[in-house]
Write a protein that binds this ligand. Structure first.
Ligand SMILES: Cc1ncc(COP(=O)(O)O)c(C=O)c1O
Length: 295
């Protein structure tokens, strides 16, 4: 199967796509990214993802030569089609950096074009784990105070996730000032007495697209929701705990720091939200309008 990617205006095989050693994404982690889920060739909530990407670009003042939202969508659609991903589950990855220039900390010369990379790959949802439930460890949240930006600076997330892998658990959950903020690549929810809790959107968490959809689904179901952070010390007293993310969907967490949460089994709220999210992901199939945008 073809593995085409898009880099700086061209579609080319992945093994022929190379980034400059002067790229500021490589040198400084100076860029933003997005991961969009696709099911049957249909991207899930693409506008929300691209809005988040654009707001990150604006916050970091990266703008030279960045494609429009429409063009990014067309590029993604062409990759899904070109790579034979119109059936089944896939992910689209987009990364935009401040471009390549002589290494210095301040911004490069005004005309330096951004580096734009887009790829699409097949994806296997964690079906079995989703039904059985996963486990997590807590880790101190040592990240900067602009976690709402989806930048490629992910070192604390990388180290936390590695700690999770070494502890043989699914996810690492960050704790700041005693409160759970979010996971290394997920948002965290708790449920108690039929009420849902999650950290409010702030500079301390990424405003997850799945989080936003789950809040909508919770409202549809008629669940009460409180956007207040969960005290880590009280997490094991929750009736349910679960994490959400683009490639995680809704995943019940049944063990935290080696001890059972919520009796050690997935709870009914997480399972219902999982089902409703799957329905939204599958959605109505619609044909992909394709248009030539890039030579
Ligand atoms: C730190 C962090 N929090 C939350 C999420 C979940 O966000 P989304 O639902 O948009 O995938 C991610 C996804 O990568 C993340 O990196």
């Amino acid at each position: 199967m073809a593995d085409l990617v898009f880099l700086d205006g061209k579609f080319l095989p992945r093994q022929r796509a190379h980034i400059s050693v002067q790229d500021r994404g490589f040198l400084f982690g100076d860029g933003v990214y997005e991961m969009i889920r696709a099911s049957g060739g249909r991207m899930f909530e693409p506008d929300r993802h691209l809005e988040r990407l654009e707001s990150g670009l604006r916050a970091l003042r990266i703008g030279v030569g960045t494609p429009s939202r429409y063009d990014l969508l067309e590029i993604a659609r062409r990759l899904l089609e070109g790579n034979g991903l119109l059936a089944g589950d896939a992910t689209v990855y987009l990364q935009i950096t401040r471009g390549a220039a002589v290494r210095r900390h301040n911004f490069p010369p005004d005309a330096t074009p951004a580096t734009v990379f887009v790829s699409a790959a097949t994806f296997l949802p964690l079906e079995e784990l989703r039904h059985r439930g996963g486990s997590a460890i807590t880790q101190p949240d040592t990240r900067w105070s602009r976690c709402h930006l989806k930048t490629v600076n992910l070192l604390p997330n990388v180290l936390a996730k590695q700690a999770a892998v070494e502890a043989d658990v699914t996810e690492a959950v960050f704790v700041r000032d005693g409160f759970i903020t979010e996971g290394s690549s997920t948002n965290v929810f708790g449920a108690r007495d039929g009420e849902l809790f999650t950290h409010p959107t702030s500079n301390h968490i990424l405003p997850g697209i799945t989080r936003a959809v789950v809040l909508e689904l919770a409202a549809e179901i008629g669940l009460r929701v409180r956007e207040t952070p969960i005290l880590a010390a009280e997490a094991r007293d929750l009736d349910e705990m679960f994490i959400t993310g683009t490639t995680t969907d809704v995943l019940p967490i049944v063990r935290l720091d080696g001890r059972p949460v919520a009796g050690g089994v997935p709870g009914p709220i997480a399972l219902l939200l999982q089902e409703r999210l799957a329905e939204r992901l599958e959605g109505p199939t619609r044909p992909l309008p394709l248009r030539e945008v890039v030579a």
